[in-house]
Design a binder for this molecule. Structure first.
Ligand SMILES: [Zn+2]
Length: 166
């Protein structure tokens, strides 16, 4: 961000207590912190914690995780529950935080949760989902899209799942 998002003035760097140099708009007399998108992604598990749900979306091959952007005014936990309901058609009953990654291509900070849903029924999936499939926990790593963000989140989640974090 080189210019103020409100008035377009060229930003300068200014010392802010405990933060170091922060972009500052001399016209608005306000610090302008970096702006980025926020999204939630989730490793969905069945009630018995024996299977993990992957999806395929937008006509692209490879199994990935369910995810969506956080709406303004919404908490990450609210996004998690809303997205799973909207995309898969099932209800989140439990969840635990897993890990976050910053995805430069879409300027998005993504928070990943491990969640448990109340049903394995996939008949209510959204039309944006091409394929939704349950995999046994032990087969998840071999089936997730290689080198994807989903793989990074799954790799972080599996040891937690195996130590009964949820
Ligand atoms: Zn300004």
């Amino acid at each position: 961000m080189k210019h103020c998002i409100e008035c377009g003035t060229k930003l300068v760097e200014k010392e802010l207590d405990h933060e170091g140099l922060v972009p500052f708009c001399p016209t608005c007399d306000t610090f302008r912190f970096p702006i980025f998108n926020t999204a939630v992604s989730t490793v969905i598990m069945n009630k018995e914690r024996s299977k993990i749900l992957f999806i395929q979306q937008y006509g692209r091959p490879g199994y990935i995780l369910t995810a969506g952007y956080v709406n303004k005014g919404e908490t990450a936990e609210e996004t998690l529950i809303r997205e799973v309901k909207e995309e898969i058609g099932v209800n989140v009953t439990d969840f635990v935080y897993n890990k976050s990654f910053y995805w430069e291509r879409s300027n998005t900070l993504i928070f990943n949760y491990i969640s448990v849903v109340d049903s394995e029924d996939l008949s209510g999936t959204n039309h944006e989902i091409d394929v939704a499939t349950w995999f046994p926990v032990d087969e998840a790593a071999a089936n997730v899209k290689p080198d994807s963000l989903a793989e990074k989140f799954l790799t972080a989640a599996l040891p937690k799942i195996k130590s009964n974090c949820i």
